[in-house]
Design a protein around this ligand. Structure first.
Ligand code: C2E
Ligand code: CA
Ligand code: CA
Ligand code: CA
Length: 264
């Protein structure tokens, strides 16, 4: 058996017990307003502290969790943990920021999804306006009519909505106009070579222009270099996220960063 298949088997067999054993944790990556340099939000990214493999990134097990149905309890755990942590930061007296949570297409289709969001907000005492939901463009476009209705319900709650991996999922302007969204998030695949690849630069430029004309915020993910940031500045992109500012950090390190920036 090759190493990939073996790793997959180890992950699969451990996944079910991982939640009971408390092996998941969240890392937090700041989103930054480009004009002011201030942190506007943090994205919660789930990690698995595997007893043998060490820290496993989300991309390696979220698809498995979706196949096995674990995504439902895991998704709820992530939402609740993220809201709880954010509320905790607010109670410590830090400037209130949004906490962004990635939601799988499977979770969205749960009949009681909106109700669960309400319950989690009530249980953690976090206000809806400080919760941001990230949904991928592909999921939204799988069933645009369903998405329009669901996003409207979320928006009515006061939750902030971002379309993730934007540019990879074939939205039309006509669709975008119908969605109650606040933010378009440019997929990092377009940012990687934006300084050297004319097509990627054209796509990023078009997304920013479209967002600006629809009065939507536009955030670029995967920003790693000053050159990429300069490109975004020139086009008046509103926010950025990526290793250039910070990697996703464990809660304790994120706390330290939040306290430091307040001391400026
Ligand atoms: P995503 O939502 O598009 O998240 C961005 C991914 O890019 C994250 O990987 C993040 O760690 C990584 N990243 C951040 N900055 C940079 C950068 O400057 N350069 C590069 N090359 N990468 C960067 P991660 O954490 O492994 O997550 C992968 C995907 O797994 C996420 O993609 C998201 O779709 C999913 N995911 C993560 N956490 C959750 C979760 O709690 N629930 C669900 N349903 N999905 C999650
Ligand atoms: Ca995301
Ligand atoms: Ca992405
Ligand atoms: Ca993604």
């Amino acid at each position: 058996m090759n190493q990939d298949a073996e790793r997959r088997l180890v992950l699969e067999s451990g996944l079910r017990r991982a939640l009971e054993n408390g092996e998941f944790c969240l890392h937090y990556q700041p989103k930054v307003d480009i004009a002011s340099g201030r942190i506007t939000a943090m994205e919660a990214l789930v990690r698995w502290e595997h007893p043998e493999l060490g820290l496993v990134p989300a991309g390696d097990f979220i698809p498995l969790a979706e196949e096995t149905g674990l995504i439902f309890p895991l998704g709820e755990w992530v939402l609740e943990q993220a809201c709880r942590q954010n509320r905790h930061w607010q109670q410590e007296g830090l400037v209130p920021l949004r906490i962004a949570v990635n939601i799988s297409g499977y979770q969205l289709q749960q009949k009681n999804f909106i109700q669960r969001i309400r319950e989690i907000l009530a249980a953690t005492g976090m206000e809806a306006r400080y919760l941001e939901i990230e949904i991928t463009e592909t999921v939204v476009m799988q069933n645009p009519d369903f998405a329009v209705a669901l996003l409207k319900q979320l928006a009515d709650l006061g939750v902030h909505i971002a379309i993730d991996d934007f540019g990879t999922g074939y939205s039309s302007l006509a669709h975008l106009k119908r969605f109650s969204v606040n933010t378009l998030k440019i997929d990092k695949s377009f940012m990687r070579d934006v300084e050297i690849n004319a097509t990627d630069a054209a796509i990023a430029t078009a997304i920013i222009a479209m967002g600006n004309s629809l009065k939507l915020q536009v955030i670029a993910e995967g920003v790693e270099t000053q050159g990429q940031l300069d490109f975004l500045k020139k086009l008046s992109c509103s926010e950025m996220q990526g290793y250039l500012f910070s990697r996703p950090l464990p809660a304790a390190e994120m706390s330290r960063m939040l306290r430091q920036v307040e001391d400026f």
